[in-house]
Design a protein around this ligand. Structure first.
Ligand code: CTP
Ligand code: MG
Length: 397
Protein backbone atom coordinates (compact mmCIF):
# COMPACT_ATOMS: atom_id res chain seq x y z
CA UNK A 1 0.00 0.00 0.00
CA UNK A 2 1.56 3.28 -1.09
CA UNK A 3 1.88 5.57 1.92
CA UNK A 4 2.45 9.31 2.07
CA UNK A 5 2.86 11.47 5.16
CA UNK A 6 1.36 14.86 5.90
CA UNK A 7 3.57 16.93 8.21
CA UNK A 8 1.60 19.69 9.85
CA UNK A 9 3.62 22.84 10.35
CA UNK A 10 0.99 25.50 9.78
CA UNK A 11 0.22 26.48 13.38
CA UNK A 12 1.09 29.76 15.04
CA UNK A 13 2.90 28.20 18.02
CA UNK A 14 1.24 30.82 20.25
CA UNK A 15 1.89 29.01 23.55
CA UNK A 16 5.60 29.01 22.84
CA UNK A 17 6.08 32.12 20.76
CA UNK A 18 7.49 34.37 23.48
CA UNK A 19 10.05 31.83 24.74
CA UNK A 20 11.05 31.03 21.15
CA UNK A 21 11.87 34.65 20.41
CA UNK A 22 8.70 35.08 18.36
CA UNK A 23 9.52 32.12 16.12
CA UNK A 24 6.78 29.62 15.31
CA UNK A 25 7.84 26.39 16.99
CA UNK A 26 7.96 24.29 13.81
CA UNK A 27 10.76 26.57 12.57
CA UNK A 28 12.92 26.33 15.71
CA UNK A 29 16.40 25.10 14.76
CA UNK A 30 17.51 21.84 16.34
CA UNK A 31 20.62 19.86 15.34
CA UNK A 32 21.15 22.24 12.46
CA UNK A 33 17.68 21.95 10.91
CA UNK A 34 14.16 23.20 11.69
CA UNK A 35 11.90 20.92 13.73
CA UNK A 36 9.65 20.14 10.74
CA UNK A 37 12.62 18.57 8.93
CA UNK A 38 13.41 16.08 11.70
CA UNK A 39 10.03 14.33 11.55
CA UNK A 40 10.33 14.08 7.78
CA UNK A 41 13.73 12.42 8.15
CA UNK A 42 12.32 9.76 10.50
CA UNK A 43 9.47 9.05 8.07
CA UNK A 44 11.84 8.86 5.12
CA UNK A 45 13.84 6.14 6.89
CA UNK A 46 10.82 3.87 6.77
CA UNK A 47 10.98 2.17 3.40
CA UNK A 48 7.23 1.74 3.27
CA UNK A 49 6.58 5.50 3.04
CA UNK A 50 6.78 7.10 -0.39
CA UNK A 51 6.61 10.85 0.06
CA UNK A 52 5.78 13.84 2.24
CA UNK A 53 3.32 16.72 2.05
CA UNK A 54 4.46 19.63 4.24
CA UNK A 55 1.80 22.10 5.35
CA UNK A 56 3.05 25.58 6.30
CA UNK A 57 1.39 28.86 7.25
CA UNK A 58 0.41 30.68 4.07
CA UNK A 59 2.67 33.64 4.90
CA UNK A 60 5.70 31.34 5.36
CA UNK A 61 5.08 28.98 2.45
CA UNK A 62 7.55 30.41 -0.05
CA UNK A 63 10.39 30.77 2.49
CA UNK A 64 9.76 27.29 3.87
CA UNK A 65 9.80 25.80 0.37
CA UNK A 66 13.18 27.42 -0.31
CA UNK A 67 14.51 26.18 3.02
CA UNK A 68 13.33 22.65 2.20
CA UNK A 69 15.04 22.73 -1.19
CA UNK A 70 18.31 23.64 0.53
CA UNK A 71 17.91 20.94 3.18
CA UNK A 72 17.04 18.32 0.59
CA UNK A 73 20.08 19.24 -1.45
CA UNK A 74 22.57 18.86 1.38
CA UNK A 75 20.92 16.45 3.79
CA UNK A 76 18.81 14.50 1.28
CA UNK A 77 15.34 13.36 2.24
CA UNK A 78 15.37 10.54 -0.28
CA UNK A 79 11.73 10.82 -1.31
CA UNK A 80 9.50 13.28 -3.16
CA UNK A 81 7.87 16.11 -1.20
CA UNK A 82 5.51 19.00 -1.81
CA UNK A 83 4.68 22.00 0.35
CA UNK A 84 1.22 23.59 0.59
CA UNK A 85 -0.47 26.28 2.66
CA UNK A 86 -2.46 25.38 5.78
CA UNK A 87 -5.61 26.90 7.20
CA UNK A 88 -6.78 28.62 10.38
CA UNK A 89 -7.45 25.43 12.39
CA UNK A 90 -5.37 22.22 12.50
CA UNK A 91 -8.19 20.35 10.78
CA UNK A 92 -8.16 22.90 7.93
CA UNK A 93 -4.44 22.34 7.49
CA UNK A 94 -4.97 18.58 7.31
CA UNK A 95 -7.70 19.12 4.74
CA UNK A 96 -5.35 21.15 2.56
CA UNK A 97 -2.65 18.52 2.99
CA UNK A 98 -5.04 15.78 1.84
CA UNK A 99 -5.77 17.63 -1.40
CA UNK A 100 -2.04 17.65 -2.22
CA UNK A 101 -1.61 13.85 -1.98
CA UNK A 102 -0.80 12.13 -5.28
CA UNK A 103 -3.25 9.70 -6.89
CA UNK A 104 -1.09 6.67 -6.04
CA UNK A 105 -1.35 7.27 -2.29
CA UNK A 106 -3.46 4.65 -0.49
CA UNK A 107 -2.56 5.18 3.14
CA UNK A 108 -1.63 8.37 4.92
CA UNK A 109 0.19 9.27 8.12
CA UNK A 110 -0.71 12.63 9.66
CA UNK A 111 2.02 13.99 11.92
CA UNK A 112 2.56 17.16 13.96
CA UNK A 113 5.83 18.85 13.05
CA UNK A 114 6.03 19.73 16.74
CA UNK A 115 6.80 16.05 17.56
CA UNK A 116 10.34 15.51 16.29
CA UNK A 117 11.21 12.57 18.56
CA UNK A 118 9.19 9.65 17.17
CA UNK A 119 11.08 6.63 15.83
CA UNK A 120 10.81 4.44 12.70
CA UNK A 121 9.65 1.60 14.99
CA UNK A 122 6.50 3.56 15.83
CA UNK A 123 5.85 4.32 12.16
CA UNK A 124 6.23 0.62 11.36
CA UNK A 125 3.72 -0.33 14.08
CA UNK A 126 1.16 1.99 12.50
CA UNK A 127 1.80 0.69 8.99
CA UNK A 128 1.53 -2.92 10.19
CA UNK A 129 -1.88 -2.15 11.71
CA UNK A 130 -3.09 -0.59 8.45
CA UNK A 131 -1.80 -3.57 6.51
CA UNK A 132 -3.68 -5.78 8.98
CA UNK A 133 -6.99 -4.09 8.09
CA UNK A 134 -7.29 -1.08 10.42
CA UNK A 135 -8.94 1.99 8.85
CA UNK A 136 -7.40 4.31 11.38
CA UNK A 137 -4.62 3.68 13.91
CA UNK A 138 -3.07 5.95 16.52
CA UNK A 139 -0.23 5.76 19.08
CA UNK A 140 -1.51 5.63 22.66
CA UNK A 141 0.10 5.79 26.11
CA UNK A 142 -1.53 4.94 29.44
CA UNK A 143 -1.99 8.05 31.58
CA UNK A 144 -0.26 8.29 34.94
CA UNK A 145 -2.11 11.32 36.33
CA UNK A 146 -5.70 11.07 37.45
CA UNK A 147 -7.72 13.02 34.91
CA UNK A 148 -10.70 15.14 36.04
CA UNK A 149 -13.47 16.69 34.04
CA UNK A 150 -14.07 20.25 35.29
CA UNK A 151 -16.71 22.88 35.01
CA UNK A 152 -15.07 26.23 35.71
CA UNK A 153 -13.35 25.80 39.07
CA UNK A 154 -15.31 22.74 40.08
CA UNK A 155 -14.65 19.08 39.40
CA UNK A 156 -17.54 17.55 37.54
CA UNK A 157 -16.31 13.99 37.21
CA UNK A 158 -13.44 11.51 37.25
CA UNK A 159 -13.28 9.08 34.33
CA UNK A 160 -11.81 5.66 35.16
CA UNK A 161 -8.09 6.09 34.48
CA UNK A 162 -7.72 2.52 33.21
CA UNK A 163 -9.90 3.41 30.22
CA UNK A 164 -7.92 6.56 29.33
CA UNK A 165 -5.00 6.95 26.94
CA UNK A 166 -2.88 9.93 25.90
CA UNK A 167 -2.79 10.09 22.11
CA UNK A 168 0.10 11.09 19.88
CA UNK A 169 0.89 11.47 16.20
CA UNK A 170 1.68 10.13 13.62
CA UNK A 171 -1.85 8.86 13.11
CA UNK A 172 -2.31 6.39 10.25
CA UNK A 173 -5.35 6.06 7.98
CA UNK A 174 -6.66 4.51 4.81
CA UNK A 175 -6.56 7.60 2.62
CA UNK A 176 -10.10 7.27 1.17
CA UNK A 177 -11.58 6.78 4.65
CA UNK A 178 -9.81 9.84 6.06
CA UNK A 179 -10.72 11.95 3.03
CA UNK A 180 -14.39 11.06 3.28
CA UNK A 181 -14.48 11.65 7.04
CA UNK A 182 -12.77 15.04 6.62
CA UNK A 183 -15.24 15.98 3.86
CA UNK A 184 -18.12 15.29 6.28
CA UNK A 185 -16.25 17.10 9.09
CA UNK A 186 -16.09 20.16 6.85
CA UNK A 187 -19.75 20.16 5.75
CA UNK A 188 -21.03 19.44 9.28
CA UNK A 189 -18.57 21.88 10.83
CA UNK A 190 -17.21 19.53 13.52
CA UNK A 191 -14.44 20.89 15.76
CA UNK A 192 -11.66 18.36 16.40
CA UNK A 193 -8.12 18.36 17.79
CA UNK A 194 -6.87 15.25 15.99
CA UNK A 195 -7.73 13.15 12.96
CA UNK A 196 -8.83 10.06 14.84
CA UNK A 197 -11.67 12.24 16.23
CA UNK A 198 -12.89 12.83 12.69
CA UNK A 199 -13.21 9.06 12.13
CA UNK A 200 -14.81 8.61 15.54
CA UNK A 201 -17.47 11.21 14.77
CA UNK A 202 -18.07 9.46 11.48
CA UNK A 203 -18.61 6.19 13.39
CA UNK A 204 -15.49 4.47 12.06
CA UNK A 205 -13.44 2.34 14.50
CA UNK A 206 -9.94 3.55 15.34
CA UNK A 207 -7.27 1.16 16.61
CA UNK A 208 -4.49 1.95 19.06
CA UNK A 209 -0.87 0.79 19.12
CA UNK A 210 1.79 1.56 21.74
CA UNK A 211 2.99 5.15 21.60
CA UNK A 212 6.42 6.34 22.72
CA UNK A 213 6.98 8.29 25.96
CA UNK A 214 9.72 10.33 24.25
CA UNK A 215 7.38 11.34 21.43
CA UNK A 216 6.27 14.55 23.15
CA UNK A 217 4.76 17.56 21.42
CA UNK A 218 6.83 20.69 21.87
CA UNK A 219 4.11 22.99 23.21
CA UNK A 220 5.18 25.00 26.27
CA UNK A 221 8.42 26.89 27.02
CA UNK A 222 9.60 24.16 29.40
CA UNK A 223 9.51 21.66 26.49
CA UNK A 224 12.39 23.52 24.87
CA UNK A 225 14.65 22.04 27.55
CA UNK A 226 13.93 18.65 25.95
CA UNK A 227 15.53 19.88 22.76
CA UNK A 228 18.56 21.15 24.63
CA UNK A 229 19.15 18.10 26.80
CA UNK A 230 18.22 15.72 24.01
CA UNK A 231 17.54 13.31 26.83
CA UNK A 232 14.22 12.36 25.31
CA UNK A 233 15.27 12.69 21.73
CA UNK A 234 15.15 9.82 19.31
CA UNK A 235 18.64 8.35 19.17
CA UNK A 236 20.79 9.43 16.27
CA UNK A 237 21.03 6.55 13.82
CA UNK A 238 24.18 5.39 12.07
CA UNK A 239 24.28 3.28 8.90
CA UNK A 240 25.77 -0.20 9.45
CA UNK A 241 26.55 -3.17 7.21
CA UNK A 242 26.57 -6.83 8.23
CA UNK A 243 27.99 -9.64 6.11
CA UNK A 244 27.39 -13.38 6.33
CA UNK A 245 28.79 -16.50 4.67
CA UNK A 246 27.87 -20.16 4.95
CA UNK A 247 28.67 -23.48 3.28
CA UNK A 248 26.98 -26.88 3.30
CA UNK A 249 28.29 -30.12 1.89
CA UNK A 250 26.07 -32.20 -0.40
CA UNK A 251 25.42 -35.71 0.92
CA UNK A 252 22.60 -37.65 2.47
CA UNK A 253 21.04 -35.56 5.21
CA UNK A 254 18.42 -32.85 4.84
CA UNK A 255 16.23 -32.15 1.81
CA UNK A 256 17.41 -28.89 0.28
CA UNK A 257 15.82 -25.69 1.58
CA UNK A 258 16.91 -22.18 0.62
CA UNK A 259 15.55 -19.03 2.20
CA UNK A 260 12.99 -21.22 3.94
CA UNK A 261 11.70 -22.55 0.60
CA UNK A 262 11.94 -26.31 -0.15
CA UNK A 263 13.81 -26.91 -3.44
CA UNK A 264 12.39 -30.13 -4.92
CA UNK A 265 14.97 -32.14 -6.83
CA UNK A 266 17.90 -30.34 -5.21
CA UNK A 267 20.70 -32.47 -3.67
CA UNK A 268 20.44 -33.24 0.04
CA UNK A 269 22.78 -31.37 2.36
CA UNK A 270 24.67 -32.51 5.45
CA UNK A 271 23.60 -30.37 8.40
CA UNK A 272 22.70 -30.28 12.07
CA UNK A 273 19.82 -27.83 11.57
CA UNK A 274 17.66 -27.93 8.44
CA UNK A 275 20.76 -26.93 6.42
CA UNK A 276 19.39 -23.75 4.89
CA UNK A 277 22.66 -22.19 3.76
CA UNK A 278 21.01 -18.95 2.65
CA UNK A 279 19.19 -18.26 5.92
CA UNK A 280 22.35 -19.06 7.85
CA UNK A 281 24.34 -16.49 5.87
CA UNK A 282 21.49 -14.00 6.30
CA UNK A 283 21.30 -14.64 10.06
CA UNK A 284 25.04 -14.05 10.35
CA UNK A 285 24.75 -10.82 8.35
CA UNK A 286 22.02 -9.62 10.69
CA UNK A 287 24.17 -10.50 13.71
CA UNK A 288 26.90 -8.46 12.05
CA UNK A 289 24.69 -5.36 12.22
CA UNK A 290 24.29 -5.59 15.98
CA UNK A 291 27.71 -6.80 17.03
CA UNK A 292 26.05 -10.12 17.85
CA UNK A 293 28.84 -12.58 17.09
CA UNK A 294 27.93 -15.52 14.85
CA UNK A 295 25.15 -18.04 14.51
CA UNK A 296 27.19 -20.85 16.13
CA UNK A 297 27.48 -18.89 19.40
CA UNK A 298 23.72 -18.54 19.62
CA UNK A 299 22.65 -21.93 18.31
CA UNK A 300 25.53 -24.42 18.82
CA UNK A 301 25.43 -27.41 16.47
CA UNK A 302 26.36 -29.63 19.41
CA UNK A 303 23.02 -28.92 21.04
CA UNK A 304 20.23 -31.48 20.53
CA UNK A 305 17.76 -28.63 20.92
CA UNK A 306 18.69 -27.35 17.47
CA UNK A 307 18.67 -30.72 15.70
CA UNK A 308 16.85 -30.23 12.36
CA UNK A 309 15.51 -26.89 13.62
CA UNK A 310 13.97 -24.64 10.99
CA UNK A 311 16.45 -21.90 10.12
CA UNK A 312 13.50 -19.50 9.85
CA UNK A 313 13.09 -19.86 13.62
CA UNK A 314 16.77 -19.04 14.18
CA UNK A 315 16.48 -16.00 11.90
CA UNK A 316 13.34 -14.86 13.72
CA UNK A 317 15.11 -15.04 17.06
CA UNK A 318 18.01 -12.96 15.77
CA UNK A 319 15.59 -10.52 14.11
CA UNK A 320 13.91 -10.07 17.50
CA UNK A 321 17.28 -9.32 19.11
CA UNK A 322 18.04 -6.83 16.33
CA UNK A 323 14.68 -5.10 16.81
CA UNK A 324 15.38 -4.86 20.56
CA UNK A 325 18.69 -3.20 19.70
CA UNK A 326 16.68 -0.60 17.73
CA UNK A 327 17.98 -1.81 14.36
CA UNK A 328 16.00 -0.71 11.29
CA UNK A 329 16.89 -2.87 8.28
CA UNK A 330 17.11 -0.89 5.07
CA UNK A 331 18.23 -3.54 2.56
CA UNK A 332 19.03 -7.25 2.20
CA UNK A 333 21.11 -8.62 -0.66
CA UNK A 334 21.84 -12.36 -0.86
CA UNK A 335 23.66 -14.57 -3.36
CA UNK A 336 23.52 -18.36 -3.54
CA UNK A 337 26.51 -19.98 -5.22
CA UNK A 338 25.92 -23.47 -6.60
CA UNK A 339 26.49 -25.48 -9.78
CA UNK A 340 23.31 -27.45 -9.13
CA UNK A 341 20.36 -27.12 -8.75
CA UNK A 342 19.14 -24.35 -11.07
CA UNK A 343 17.74 -21.66 -8.83
CA UNK A 344 16.10 -19.21 -11.27
CA UNK A 345 12.61 -20.71 -10.77
CA UNK A 346 12.89 -20.30 -6.97
CA UNK A 347 14.39 -16.84 -6.59
CA UNK A 348 11.07 -15.05 -6.40
CA UNK A 349 9.64 -17.48 -3.83
CA UNK A 350 12.77 -17.04 -1.75
CA UNK A 351 12.56 -13.26 -1.94
CA UNK A 352 8.92 -13.30 -0.84
CA UNK A 353 9.76 -15.55 2.09
CA UNK A 354 12.62 -13.30 3.25
CA UNK A 355 10.25 -10.30 3.02
CA UNK A 356 7.79 -12.20 5.20
CA UNK A 357 10.39 -13.35 7.73
CA UNK A 358 12.00 -9.93 8.16
CA UNK A 359 8.83 -7.85 7.57
CA UNK A 360 10.40 -6.07 4.61
CA UNK A 361 9.01 -4.76 1.36
CA UNK A 362 10.01 -6.37 -2.00
CA UNK A 363 12.18 -3.37 -2.93
CA UNK A 364 14.31 -4.03 0.16
CA UNK A 365 15.22 -7.62 -0.68
CA UNK A 366 17.31 -8.94 -3.56
CA UNK A 367 18.06 -12.61 -4.24
CA UNK A 368 20.75 -13.67 -6.71
CA UNK A 369 22.22 -17.00 -7.79
CA UNK A 370 25.39 -17.86 -9.65
CA UNK A 371 27.62 -20.78 -10.48
CA UNK A 372 31.41 -20.74 -10.15
CA UNK A 373 31.97 -21.94 -13.71
CA UNK A 374 32.55 -25.54 -12.60
CA UNK A 375 35.48 -24.40 -10.44
CA UNK A 376 36.03 -25.26 -6.80
CA UNK A 377 33.76 -27.35 -4.58
CA UNK A 378 30.56 -25.76 -5.82
CA UNK A 379 31.69 -26.28 -9.42
CA UNK A 380 32.40 -29.94 -8.62
CA UNK A 381 28.87 -30.23 -7.19
CA UNK A 382 30.20 -31.14 -3.76
CA UNK A 383 28.35 -28.42 -1.94
CA UNK A 384 26.62 -25.07 -1.88
CA UNK A 385 27.45 -21.68 -0.40
CA UNK A 386 25.66 -18.40 0.20
CA UNK A 387 26.68 -14.86 1.06
CA UNK A 388 24.42 -12.16 2.49
CA UNK A 389 24.69 -8.44 3.12
CA UNK A 390 22.31 -6.57 5.39
CA UNK A 391 22.39 -2.79 5.52
CA UNK A 392 20.59 -1.08 8.37
CA UNK A 393 20.37 1.93 10.66
CA UNK A 394 21.43 1.39 14.26
CA UNK A 395 21.03 3.80 17.18
CA UNK A 396 24.36 5.56 17.68
CA UNK A 397 26.36 4.97 20.86
N1 CTP B 1 -1.10 23.11 13.02
C1 CTP B 1 -1.35 23.35 11.68
N2 CTP B 1 -2.31 24.25 11.32
C2 CTP B 1 -3.02 24.92 12.25
C3 CTP B 1 -2.79 24.68 13.62
C4 CTP B 1 -1.82 23.74 13.98
O1 CTP B 1 -0.70 22.76 10.82
N3 CTP B 1 -3.92 25.81 11.85
C5 CTP B 1 -0.04 22.16 13.38
C6 CTP B 1 1.05 22.80 14.24
O2 CTP B 1 2.06 23.43 13.43
C7 CTP B 1 1.59 21.62 15.03
C8 CTP B 1 0.38 20.66 15.10
O3 CTP B 1 -0.57 21.14 14.16
O4 CTP B 1 2.64 20.96 14.38
C9 CTP B 1 -0.20 20.57 16.49
O5 CTP B 1 -0.75 21.83 16.90
P1 CTP B 1 -0.30 22.66 18.16
O6 CTP B 1 0.66 21.89 18.97
O7 CTP B 1 -1.53 23.21 18.81
O8 CTP B 1 0.56 23.83 17.48
P2 CTP B 1 0.20 25.38 17.32
O9 CTP B 1 -1.24 25.52 17.01
O10 CTP B 1 1.17 25.92 16.35
O11 CTP B 1 0.55 25.94 18.77
P3 CTP B 1 -0.40 26.78 19.75
O12 CTP B 1 -1.67 25.97 19.91
O13 CTP B 1 0.40 26.93 20.98
O14 CTP B 1 -0.68 28.07 19.05
MG1 MG C 1 -2.79 24.88 18.44
Amino acid sequence: MKCWSIILAAGSGSRLAEAAGGKKKQFIEWKGAPLFWHSAVVLSRVARTQGVVFVFPEEDLEDAREQLKGLDKFRYLGMPWVAVAGGPRRQDSVYNGLTALPRECETVLVHDAARPFMTPALVNRLLDALKGGAKGVIPALPVTDTIKAVDGNTVSGTPDRATLRAIQTPQGFIRSVLQQAHDTCRTENWQVTDDASVLEQAGIPVMIVDGEPANIKITHPEDLAMLESQSSSAPAMVPVVGWGYDVHRYGSGRPMKLGGVPIPGGPEVVAHSDGDVLLHALTDALLGCIGGGDIGEHFPDTSAEFDNISSGILLNEVADKAAQAGLVITNVDVTVIAQIPKLAPWKDHIKKNICRLLKLEPIQVNVKATTEEKLGFTGEKKGIKAVATVTALRPAG
